[in-house]
Ligand binder design. Structure first.
Ligand SMILES: C[S@@+](CC[C@H](N)C(=O)[O-])C[C@H]1O[C@@H](n2cnc3c(N)ncnc32)[C@H](O)[C@@H]1O
Length: 260
């Protein structure tokens, strides 16, 4: 994954900034001590201010960090677009989901729930990030991604999560062996409309079979109708208001199996 998201430079930058902060603290301490000595007439007039020098260095470092973060975002967009050109029906979108859409999806996962949270089609990880921000521990995440390039990236970004490279539609084979407990939620970004209705419904039922009763299957779609057919359904469905801060705007559907 050379030249993609700059994990290594981020680490270097973090270490450099930690050192810089430690130096500033040390300088502040010694400056306070020198001031006290000067006031007591124990030493002569002060030299050029070392803290100011460090501040200048610090500002440059912050600018560098900001540039790296911006670059990482551009890298993700470029990576996504490249994969869309290669496999449009599998990739399903020309760019990663927005933070607003990812947050909306994650909002349907109860952070107090127990058990693994399965993400189908994590791509470069915007929804994964939102799940973490929601308070879901990384260890609980089982990420099922078809694209090997995205899998490598996910393994770097989320080292404590379980990454499964495989077909999310074959949940029993790909995911079931990794589950020690029933799942608390399934969060899917799969491009469902590229598959026949029967297969979409089968996926939902396979997911329900792996989850605790009443747990949500969360799915986003750019369409105006439910991506899982609801005629004669034995599940309940809820749809979110359209999330406009996403290109294209999208809705989030939440399906739960009806309790007997
Ligand atoms: C629309 S993208 C969403 C990516 C990301 N979650 C986001 O919101 O930006 C769909 C993702 O599903 C993956 N995918 C498509 N079909 C899949 C399948 N059968 N099994 C696993 N992943 C699949 C694609 O490789 C892609 O990463």
């Amino acid at each position: 994954m050379a030249g993609l998201r700059k994990e290594k430079p981020f680490e270097d930058l973090r270490r450099t900034s930690q050192k810089l902060v430690a130096r500033i603290k040390a300088e502040v301490k010694s400056k306070a001590e020198a001031k006290a000595l000067r006031e007591r007439g124990a030493i002569g007039p002060s030299k050029p201010d070392p803290i100011q020098e460090l501040q200048i260095k610090g500002k440059k470092l912050v600018a560098k960090i900001q540039a790296e973060v911006k670059q990482a975002k551009i890298d993700d967009d470029a990576r996504f677009l490249k994969n869309w050109f290669d496999k449009p029906l599998v990739t399903g979108a020309v760019s990663p989901s927005s933070k607003a859409l990812a947050r909306k999806m994650a909002s349907y996962v109860d952070p107090e729930s127990m058990g693994p949270v399965i993400e189908l089609g994590p791509g470069t990880g915007p929804v994964t990030d939102a799940l973490l921000a929601r308070g879901i521990a990384e260890e609980r995440l089982v990420l099922v991604e078809y694209n090997p390039e995205f899998c490598k990236l996910l393994a770097k970004r989320y080292p404590k999560a379980t990454i499964v490279q495989g077909d999310a539609y074959a949940l029993e084979a790909t995911v079931a062996p990794h589950l020690k407990k029933p799942a608390a939620a399934v969060v899917s970004s799969l491009p469902l409309f590229t598959k026949p209705e029967k297969l979409r419904l089968a996926l939902l039922n396979r997911a329900f079979a792996l989850m605790t009763p009443g747990a949500p299957f969360i799915q986003f779609t750019y369409a105006t109708v439910s991506p899982v057919p609801r005629k004669g359904a034995d599940f309940e469905a809820h749809v979110s208001p359209r999330v406009w801060k996403n290109l294209p705007p999208a809705c989030v559907w939440v399906y739960r199996r009806l309790q007997a």
